[in-house]
Design a protein around this ligand. Structure first.
Ligand SMILES: [Zn+2]
Length: 477
């Protein structure tokens, strides 16, 4: 584990006369011990890894069977008592947990007797991007693992802990509102037990780009964490005005799909690399970007991740399928074979030597999937301005969103200073055809502003029909 020596200053010292090597307090010791194990487990072979992971899965399934009426019924109905789940084929007989099923299960899903040693419990409601909220009960153990994977990400990417971390994101309440945001003394509770960090600053994502840029310049931060769509907007703004952020070393993204063109513009305009992470409120960290490549390593000490095809079978490297996750440590809300709503492409073993499963990319949520009338599926990456570069008449588009309304029709919602000319419309229609592989009927709509979702996330493409289409196409398991 490579922690820079300057940061090896474990806070909360409480042993008189001890200056070095440091004797950590209980919280620090616990975190360091998990990090030590994570450092080792990442190098295990896939087979060895599976063996240790299976112990945890066994404990989870047994607990769910004994204390969750929902899982007891599910497993009984499938003829699967916990001791009869021995092979991957047995495992795949466990029906998928969808948000609909989760909602319908109500209180039956939660454990009636979570281990008291997992300590204090909190609840969070999460609606993902589906508008179907479910409740997750978390506890000190899930929080501990969240913190450990946060630190693993820092260690993997060799961050300088003494630097300043700036965040532009959704925050509940108004403490981080523009123009000033909120300052913090350190990087937050995830790192506090094991490393002394520099300060942090957080600005609410509702700040406009013209507010974000001066704020960020003022911070002199080394790291910025925000959403991919916001990084893209920042880079565009910076490009137009020749702005640079001289102190920034790296941009970290989360919460949305990171498209390759966002990495490209950030590298080209700002000279920075992006490190992306894939997490969810329901299960915590799912995958982190490899320290040496742009693909992702599944955080298999935290989740069992499956990518499955339409028949429910595992996808092979290069194939795209549904992401199904099992949260290994939440014994208050057992989450077993949860169809999280994302699709991902399976990767081959990584040359970096880590045995952790590889995802080449996370391609998107079901609702971001374009359904072609011939049944093909696409996850469009839409970058109108670069697509139209070199054209004579570039349409004056300030903001756009493309929505699939039916199998035949897409709607282009545009913010423009005026309506487009017929020639400009044709240009867009041709470009849609080229990038979607289909000539849709295109309807143009003009608006003053295209809002992000309440949590600040923006989708440049979404489909009104994908969910219904996939429900009819996939069998229930
Ligand atoms: Zn790797």
């Amino acid at each position: 584990m490579t922690i820079p020596i300057s940061s090896l200053l474990i806070p909360n010292l409480n042993v008189p006369g001890n200056a070095w090597p440091i004797i950590p307090n209980q919280n620090s010791a616990r975190m360091l011990s998990i990090l030590f194990q994570l450092e080792q487990s990442q190098w295990l072979s896939a087979d060895d890894f599976e063996q240790v992971q299976r112990r945890q899965i066994g404990a989870l399934v047994h607990h769910a069977y004994m204390t969750s009426p929902f899982y007891r019924k599910r497993l009984d109905e499938a003829g699967l008592s916990p001791d009869r789940i021995r092979t991957p084929e047995d495992w795949r007989k466990i029906p998928l947990l969808t948000r609909d099923v989760w909602q319908m299960a109500g209180p039956e899903l939660y454990s009636t007797n979570p281990p008291p040693q997992h300590r204090k419990t909190s609840q969070l409601f999460t609606s993902g991007s589906t508008g179907k909220p479910v409740m997750v009960i978390t506890n000190a153990l899930t929080q501990l693992f969240w913190n450990a994977f946060t630190v693993r990400d820092h260690l993997w990417h060799r961050r300088n802990f003494s630097g300043k971390l700036a965040a532009i994101r959704f925050v509940s309440g108004n403490a981080c509102d523009p123009p000033h945001g909120k300052m913090g003394q350190n990087w937050g509770p995830a790192t506090a037990d094991v490393v002394k960090t520099g300060p942090s600053a957080t600005l609410h994502i509702k700040a406009g780009i013209d507010q974000q840029v001066p704020w960020l310049l003022e911070q002199n931060a080394e790291y910025l964490i925000t959403y991919p769509s916001n990084v893209y907007a920042l880079a565009r703004f910076a490009e137009d005005r020749g702005i640079r952020f001289p102190t920034l070393k790296e941009i970290r993204t989360f919460g949305e799909i990171l498209e390759p063109h966002v990495r490209e513009i950030v590298h080209r305009v700002l000279g920075l690399k992006i490190v992306d992470m894939y997490s969810s409120q329901e299960v915590g960290y799912i995958a982190l970007q490899c320290p040496e490549h742009e693909h992702y390593h599944v955080q298999s000490e935290n989740v069992l991740l499956e990518v499955i095809n339409e028949k429910g079978e595992p996808c092979q490297p290069g194939e795209i399928g549904r992401v199904v996750v099992t949260a290994l440590h939440n014994f208050a809300t057992p989450i077993i074979r949860y169809q999280i709503g994302d699709y991902a492409e399976v990767g081959s073993p990584c040359p970096c030597g880590r045995g952790l499963q590889v995802l080449n990319r996370i391609v998107g949520r079901q609702r971001n999937m374009l359904v072609l009338p011939n049944g093909e599926l696409r996850w469009p990456s839409i970058e109108v301005d670069s697509a139209l570069q070199g054209e004579q008449e570039i349409p004056p588009i300030q903001q756009f969103q493309v929505i699939q309304r039916s199998l035949e029709e897409i709607e282009a919602v545009l913010v423009t200073p005026r309506e487009l000319t017929e020639a400009e419309k044709k240009l867009l229609i041709d470009w849609f055809e080229a990038s979607f592989g289909w000539r849709f009927d295109v309807k143009f709509t003009y608006v003053d502003h295209i809002p992000s979702s309440p949590t600040g996330k923006f989708e440049d493409f979404r489909s009104d029909i994908a969910a219904q289409y996939m429900a009819s196409r996939f069998s229930s398991r």
